[in-house]
Design a protein around this ligand. Sequence first.
Ligand SMILES: C[S@@+](CC[C@H](N)C(=O)[O-])C[C@H]1O[C@@H](n2cnc3c(N)ncnc32)[C@H](O)[C@@H]1O
Length: 420
Amino acid sequence: MQIGKPQLESIVQALTVILPARQPADATLHHFFREHKNLGSRDRALIADTVYAALRRRRYLEHVTPGATPREIALAALVKVQGVGIGQIESALTPTEKAWLVTLKSEPAEALPFEVQADLPDWVIALLRKQYSDEEILALARSLQQPAPLDLRVNSLKAPREAVLEKFDRDNIVAVPTKLAPWGVRLREKPALNKYVLFTEGVVEVQDEGSQLLGLLMEPRRGEMIVDFCAGAGGKTLQMGAAMASQGRLYAFDISEKRLTNLGPRLKRSGLSNVHPQRIANENDAKVKRLRGKIDRVLVDAPCTGLGTLRRNPDLKMRQVETAVAELNVKQRNILDAAAALVKPGGRLVYGTCSLLEAENEAIVTAFLASHPDFKLVPAKDVFARIGIEVEGTGDYMHLLPHRHDTDGFFAAVLQREGK
Ligand SMILES: C[S@@+](CC[C@H](N)C(=O)[O-])C[C@H]1O[C@@H](n2cnc3c(N)ncnc32)[C@H](O)[C@@H]1O
């Protein structure tokens, strides 16, 4: 594809508003496209791909550009990250830019400082170094620089996975079963699904395989009382509702009205009738307290730094700060405490995050177990074994990492309350 002056100018304009990272990149880009209605679908795709490539490799691009201006970042992203040939973009370049890009194209990446190769903030690298070798961090970081695949979950209420795979095949959409999650489907390309029949009929929902594996650890059963304490837009709520065959009661709590509103249409498509979304003011809301000791299973998919999702949300590298970790830890502890009080004797509590940091993961669970002697840890490995799957590296905890499992980064611990 040739990239001319107008296309390059649009990419530069988009980067000019997105690089300051004042708002989440997806929202800013959405707004940008609304303000530039004249852009065709190919140009939009080019702009979105280049902006995301630039965000994923921002540290590197700032390192190799003379002034880190949006135009320089755009050019270096196209040529060095996206692999665009100089011939494809030549007509949009000044002679100086062309000479610079020719030199840049031939520079090897191996000689770069570790932090630049990893393309992670210093504070994240410092925390990861307490957990992993540099070699492992680099492998993890490189996988976080890749675009994430598009994973779907088949709604077991509506169709078997085989039938969904056959339908995709008939429609010439390349889809394969996910390696571990029994209801997952991975698409090779990223077709627009919002008008596609399997999506509009609620047969499939978008959900990363890692998120599906976290949901599986709940092992929901028909007829139970279940709480999804931090339901958000309901990725795992919908999964659990289907696993319950829409029988029993599933509360979807969240403090965010907006996220619960986004759950609405998904719920409608899914055909589930056992889900009760409830906005709560905080974890000590009266709507929470009235369920104390009554719930079979509670999921805490806790608010976290989200560093496991950098493939999808690379702007978190700019937007997240180290001081947020301690603030999130307070929330995580408080939510887990409040959620634990709902679990009836013999019931299950699953704590999960999409963070890579021990401080948000093991440390929260260890402190919880120390102050709640009536809960014990159930090895995640044993739960998976019962379901019939083996997740590499899972022992007491589930630890999903993009470079090992080809999923977003996720952590989970399964806790059980004593008694019957
Ligand atoms: C990791 S997201 C949940 C994602 C969701 N479970 C899914 O699968 O799509 C964390 C959620 O916790 C919510 N949250 C933050 N503080 C909360 C609190 N005190 N009580 C309940 N939910 C809270 C946030 O609004 C956010 O939607």
